[in-house]
Structure formats: structure tokens, C-alpha cells
Design a protein around this ligand. Structure first.
Ligand code: 8YV
Length: 311
């Protein structure tokens, strides 16, 4: 019997450490709840991977549970209110992934603007030689960008975009200390002002549908939307319609409502760069995330202060 249960599908950087630690591992919360009573009663901490909803009903299957250690900064899948009500602590893995997530946001924007995918296809297919140069694309440097949600990741994205001589605007709950970037009290005003709108909001009920049809309309037919936060932050129906009709110019999307099987209408959109929720997916960052998750669990088991508590 072990007092730590790993639930979900750990990536390649976490599988080996888990095997070494000898924790029981199941691939889903359903499988976790189906474990025999003795095993469930013995679980003190859960190392949680993935994004399936983890609420009170699932927590109640583990009467001795004291910690849910989430693999990821976003813990919107975990009902923290339910956890707190049961005396269960929750931890996440902030900061260690900021660089990678910001890198991918910029990469999707660059890819959208310069059509690197289409241009590469021209080289590989031989069309460059047969048909000539790739059509001219759009300049990214020197435009105006808006960050929606100026937390730690939003700030990293803004710093990178500013280095591309991009004029920075942002919307957040409150005004932040910045090198003179323009604060907008509402997302529509932000979207109206900028060429590129980058969503770096936290997920969860508070930001569900935050990017409305109205925000997309304000972004306008030359505007580009980048989302590295959560699919839930956008009215996805409105986004698909805007991309289909050209109400916005394009998008770079790493997150969707129905992962890992996004709405199939996205798949035929040539004006969208689509990524499989991989913003934090480098070996370096995933190693650091796994280490932080395991350090939180070790601290909890040893009765020490948690490193990155959420509640
Ligand atoms: C995922 C993420 O955790 O940190 C987050 O909030 O969305 C990602 O880093 C990762 O894809 C594992 O599910």
C-alpha cells in the first residue's frame, strides 16, 4: 500500500520518477474511484495529471486525502472550494512554465503572420521551383498587441512582444506596474485598439466566455487572436464563426473546449494555427513541473510547508 496515488497520464518526464517512487498509478479518476476500499482509504496525497473535472464527489472516495498536487499551473479542473471544505490542500506548478508558454504564444503569432507552415510546404513540395516565391505575408514587428490577463505568463508574453517593437496594451483586474503599457478597463476597448489579442487569463468559472462575440468584433477583420490559456475563456461558437466569416483575420490556438478532440470545424480553417495544448511541453519545463509537484507531495508527507499552495 502506498499513501500517494498518481492519477492521469503523466508525460515521459514524469513516468520514470513515478516508477522509482513506487506510487500506485491509475490513468483516470474513474479508475481511482474503482480501487479497492483499503487502497482508497490509505491515500493521503494525489498527484494529478490532466484536466478532467475533480470535484467533491471524487474526493469523497478518498477519506484520508489531504493533498491534491496538480501537474500544471492552471488548476481549474479541480474544485478548490470542495477541496477546502474537506480540509484538502491543493498545490500547482507556477512559474517554471512561464517561459515556454510565452514562447509558444509568440511562435504561434509569428507563424500566423509569416505563414511558416505554408512556406515550408512550398519548399518540401517543390512548388517553390515550379510556381515561384511564396505569397507575401504580414509583418509582426511594430504592430499593436493586447494581453488579456497580465499575470506572470501575460507579463512574459508582453516582455517578448515588446522586444519585437510592438506597442503594448493590456486588460487585467487592476492596473499593473509596466514600462508604460496602456491599461484598458474592459476587454472590448483593448480588442478595439490592437492588431493582436493574446489571452493569458486563468481558467475557471470567473473567466468562462470572457472573450465574447463583442470582443471578437472589436478585434475586427485584421485582428489576430492568440490563446494559450484555456478554451473556456472564449465563446468558441463565436470564434469559429468569426474565423469562418473573416470577422477576425486569424488565430493561434493551443487550447480548445473539447480537448483532445477539438471541434472539427477548426480543422479546416486555414487562417488558424492549431496546437495540441503543448505550450509547456518541453523536456526541461515538464521536468521542472514534475519536480515541483513531487516536492509539494514530499513536503506534505513530511509535514512541512507546501511550496506552492493554492488554498
Ligand atoms: C498542462 C497547463 O498542465 O499548466 C497548465 O495549466 O495547461 C499545461 O501546462 C499540461 O499540458 C499537462 O496537462
Amino acid at each position: 500500500m502506498t499513501d500517494v496515488l498518481a492519477v492521469g497520464k503523466p508525460d515521459q518526464m514524469s513516468r520514470e520518477p513515478l516508477a522509482e517512487l513506487g506510487w500506485t498509478h491509475v490513468e483516470s479518476l474513474d479508475a481511482a474511484q474503482a480501487l479497492d476500499e483499503d487502497t482508497r482509504k490509505g491515500v493521503k496525497a494525489i498527484a494529478f495529471y490532466g484536466h478532467s473535472p475533480f470535484a467533491g464527489a471524487q474526493m469523497d472516495a478518498f477519506p484520508g486525502l489531504g493533498l491534491i498536487a496538480n501537474f500544471g499551473v492552471g488548476y481549474d479542473a479541480i474544485n478548490v472550494g470542495d477541496a477546502s471544505a474537506r480540509g484538502i490542500k491543493v498545490t500547482n506548478t507556477p512559474d517554471v512554465l512561464n517561459d515556454d508558454v510565452a514562447d509558444l504564444a509568440v511562435a504561434m503569432l509569428l507563424d500566423y503572420c509569416r505563414d511558416m507552415r505554408g512556406a515550408e510546404a512550398r519548399v518540401r513540395s517543390g512548388a517553390w521551383g515550379k510556381e515561384g516565391a511564396h505569397p507575401l505575408q504580414r509583418k509582426m514587428s511594430g504592430q499593436k498587441a493586447g494581453i488579456l490577463g497580465m499575470g506572470r505568463i501575460g507579463r512574459e508574453i508582453a516582455d517578448r512582444l515588446a522586444a519585437f517593437k510592438i506597442e503594448m496594451h493590456y486588460h487585467a483586474r487592476s492596473e499593473k506596474e509596466t514600462p508604460g503599457w496602456t491599461f484598458h478597463a474592459d476587454p472590448v476597448s483593448l480588442a478595439r485598439e490592437v492588431d493582436f489579442l493574446v489571452i493569458a487569463l486563468v481558467g475557471g468559472p470567473a473567466t468562462a466566455g470572457y472573450v465574447t462575440k463583442e470582443v471578437l468584433e472589436a478585434l475586427g477583420p485584421t485582428g489576430v487572436l492568440i490563446n494559450i490559456s484555456r478554451g473556456t475563456t472564449v465563446d468558441e461558437e463565436a470564434l469559429i464563426e468569426a474565423l469562418q466569416k473573416g470577422t477576425i483575420a486569424g488565430a493561434g490556438l493551443d487550447v480548445f473546449l473539447n480537448e483532445p478532440n477539438p471541434d472539427t470545424r477548426f480543422l479546416s480553417l486555414e487562417n488558424a494555427v492549431l496546437q495540441p495544448h503543448q505550450a509547456s511541453a518541453t523536456r526541461e519545463t515538464r521536468t521542472a513541473m514534475g519536480q515541483l509537484q513531487r516536492d509539494n507531495i514530499a513536503a506534505f508527507i513530511e509535514g512541512k510547508d507546501l511550496l506552492t499552495p493554492v488554498n
